[in-house]
Each structure stands twice: as C-alpha cells, then as structure tokens.
Design a protein around this ligand. Structure first.
Ligand SMILES: Cc1cc2nc3c(=O)[nH]c(=O)nc-3n(C[C@H](O)[C@H](O)[C@H](O)COP(=O)(O)OP(=O)(O)OC[C@H]3O[C@@H](n4cnc5c(N)ncnc54)[C@H](O)[C@@H]3O)c2cc1C
Length: 390
C-alpha cells in the first residue's frame, strides 16, 4: 500500500492501515517536521475524529471564547469547556506521521512522487530515488496536486486564497479567545488565533477576491490593532461542496485537501482530513483482504461513505456561504443575534451541525430585538487589543 503525502490525511490513513497489519509506505516530499500554512484551529470534533489523545504539547492552547465580528459589531461567547485548540502544524503533523511509523508504516521524507503508473495488478509510484509498487494507492498530496490527474481523477475544486502569518508571542499571554471577523459581502473572513508562544493571523478570500487577500489582511490587522508580521504566506484552500467527482479511480483513493475537503464557511479541513484518511484506510484494508483484483467495486464504498459523512456537511456549508453572500446584510445582522455565535461554537465542537445553525437563524429572523449585541465604543478601525483578552 502506498500513501503519497504525509500531512494529516495521509498520516491518518497510514496509521490505520499499518495498525491493521498492512504493509504501508508513505512518501512525503517535505523534510521531517515540515510545516504547512494553517491557522492551526483544531476543533473539538477534529480531535474526536482522531480517536486517540494528543499530548497537550501537540494540542496547543485550549480556546474557550469566540469573538465574532460582523460590520464592526461584536459578540463574544464563552464556554466552560474548550471548543477548539490552537496547535502548531509542524508539531501536529510530525506527531501524526511518527504515530503512523509507530504503527508500522515506513515513512520516507524528502521523497516526492513524480509519476504514477498502473499495470494490471499493481500501482507504481516513481520518485527521483526509484520506484515503488503496491496494490493500492492513497493520494493525500494536498491542494493543487498535479498527481491527482495523473492518478486518474478529474476533480476541480474552487480555491479560496489566504494570507496567513504567525507572530511570536513568547512573553505574553495571548488569552484563550479566537477572533473571527466575517465579511458576508462576499470577500471572506479574517482570524486571530492565539497559540502557545505565537499568534496566528490570517485573511481568507473567496475566489473572486484572491488578488485582494494581502490588502484585506493589512486592513484586518489595522482594524483590530494586531501586530504587523515580519513574514506571511499566501496559500490556496480548496472550498468543498458543490459539484463533486469520483474519489476512487482504478486502484487509487483520494483524501483530504487533494479531494477538496475543506468547509467553505469555517475553513476547517483537519476534521475531514482525519475522517477521510480513516475511511479510505478502512475501505482499502477491506479491499486488500479480498482476493478479487482490481478491487474497484470494494473501493466505491469509500465514495459512498464520503458522500454521506463528509460531502453532505460540506454542501450544507457551501449553501450557507451562498445564502450569506446573497443576503449579506440580513445575514450579518442574524449572526450577531443571541444564540448564533453559540451555534458556531457547537458547529466547531461537533455538538451541532448546519441544520441547527439554519434553524437557529430562522428562529432569530422571527424573533424581535437584537439581544445583547455589543456595539464597540470606538469605530471599527479603533478597536484594539485592549478591547479584550486577545
Ligand atoms: C491558511 C490556511 C489556514 C487553515 N486553517 C485551518 C484551521 O485552522 N483548521 C483546520 O481544520 N483546517 C485549516 N486549514 C485547512 C488544513 O490546513 C487542510 O485541510 C489540511 O492540511 C489537509 O490535510 P492534508 O493531509 O489533506 O493535506 P496537507 O496538509 O496539505 O498535506 C499534503 C502533504 O502532501 C505532500 N506532498 C505534496 N505533493 C507531494 C508529492 N508529489 N510527493 C510526496 N508528497 C507530496 C506535502 O508536502 C504535504 O505534506 C487551513 C488551510 C490554509 C491554507
């Protein structure tokens, strides 16, 4: 069994497969401990998907409060339990890959897959160092991977674009509140996530506004009095939902970002990377145990499982984004009504889904008054860190 890509989806698939006794090779083009541009938001639901406890040094900072900003107005909600953590992707991804190696997978870092070919009973992956053959391939090579087409998939996923930066905060306590500012007019959203020793700040844009990502990022950090970063990355994110393509082709399965599995409303992809990695491993393990080859019929269970347990959620998220951008004034007003920020926390913690968010939104529409929406004392450009624990 060959897994291309040692990110969260590939590492999850590899540990499940190796743990069930299969021989697994992971090819990862990055060095050991490579990082990936990410906000590092690890939701309570994503942690549950993993199925095992992460050490607190890997989990990162527990987050109890969500500060939601729309049109310069703020609502902040706090929970007794953390609904997410802010992790560091280099630490998380390394832990997951080491976990796969502990389960018995062979991990080859700094070895990029260049080509994929098939004979009747084998998939062969070529790298600069040589070629490797296996019965099945799991493609976990992330967003915009050229290998997706080489492996026989025809998917295209719309891309959002993010400007993201990590700012060291070694001597300050950046608090336990995440700030999320939505611009439902269609441009995207900004975030400031406090980690351990760093603060992750970014702005994610919907496809038509990609060229504005840097400017939107600049004005976001100015508006909120956030520190100016030394360096930043500009990175695509596949927006899931919408038209979907087959996730299995001959003897290959595609998982995580390579399959376009990121929630377009929250930007969450780790939950689906873990879930798809596990589902792909389960279906592949069953196919490898069967003696028919090629195991096409067995692999199609993966497509069905993803449709039910991943793409329904992503499609609901896509609809929310569509409705929000069409009726953005109404939506911005709704988002600050009592209960809406709580519903988003439920969404992230896995205690609720888009169905309950929609029901809550409808109830808010028919209720009067905007509740305890906090209007900032200053204009939005004057809202600063002194405004709260961020
Ligand atoms: C700016 C930004 C912020 C985000 N914030 C969040 C967040 O807060 N929470 C959240 O849940 N999600 C977030 N996401 C999404 C999340 O990062 C992804 O969904 C997640 O990384 C997907 O994991 P993956 O394993 O599928 O892909 P990746 O993490 O991209 O891993 C793919 C791996 O494949 C390797 N690879 C690629 N090509 C080859 C090759 N030819 N041969 C060998 N190896 C190869 C790469 O080096 C990489 O290690 C964010 C994304 C972006 C861009």
């Amino acid at each position: 069994m060959i897994v291309i890509g040692g990110g969260p989806s590939g590492a999850t698939a590899a540990s499940h497969l190796a743990g069930s006794g299969h021989s697994v090779l992971v090819l990862e083009k990055g060095p050991r401990g490579r990082s990936k541009p990410c906000a590092g938001g690890l939701t309570a639901q994503a942690v549950r998907e993993l199925g095992f406890h992460l050490p607190s040094s890997v989990l990162g900072r527990p987050i109890y409060s969500l500060r939601l900003v729309c049109c310069g107005r703020t609502r902040e909600v706090r929970r007794k339990e953390p609904f997410m953590w802010v992790t560091r992707r280099d630490l998380l991804d390394l832990y997951l890959l080491d976990n796969a190696a502990r389960a018995g997978a062979t991990v080859r870092n700094e070895e990029a897959a260049i080509d994929i070919s098939r004979t009747n009973a084998q998939v062969t992956v070529t790298t600069r160092a040589g070629s490797y053959s296996g019965r099945l391939l799991i493609l976990a090579s992330g967003v915009r991977s050229g290998l997706v087409r080489k492996a026989g998939f025809s998917m295209t996923t719309p891309l959002g674009w993010c400007t993201v930066a990590s700012i060291p905060t070694p001597h300050t306590d950046p608090g336990d509140t995440v700030l999320v500012e939505y611009d439902f007019g269609g441009k995207g959203y900004g975030w400031a996530f406090p980690g351990v020793g760093h603060m992750n700040i970014g702005y994610g844009c919907h496809p038509p506004f990609a060229s504005q990502a840097n400017n939107l990022f600049e004005s976001f950090i100015q508006r909120h009095g956030l520190p100016k970063p030394q360096a930043r990355a500009f990175w695509p994110v596949p927006l899931g939902g919408g038209r979907r393509f087959a996730l299995t082709a001959d003897s290959a399965l595609v998982v995580g970002d390579a399959a376009g599995m990121v929630d377009p409303f929250t930007g969450e992809g780790l939950r689906y990377a873990f879930r798809s990695g596990r589902l792909a491993a389960e279906v592949a393990a069953a196919a490898l145990s069967a003696y028919d080859y090629p195991p096409k019929s067995d692999l199609s269970y993966y497509d069905q499982a993803c449709r039910v347990s991943i793409f329904r959620e992503l499609e609901a998220a896509r609809r929310v984004v569509c409705v929000a951008s069409k009726f953005h004034r109404l939506f911005e007003e709704l988002m600050l009504r009592p209960g809406m920020a709580e519903s988003i926390q439920d969404l992230l913690s896995g205690q609720g889904g888009y169905g309950s968010l929609a029901i809550r939104g409808l109830l808010c529409m028919f209720s009067t008054g905007s509740g305890a929406v906090k209007r900032p004392k200053a204009t939005t450009s004057e809202v600063s860190q002194g405004d709260g624990p961020l």
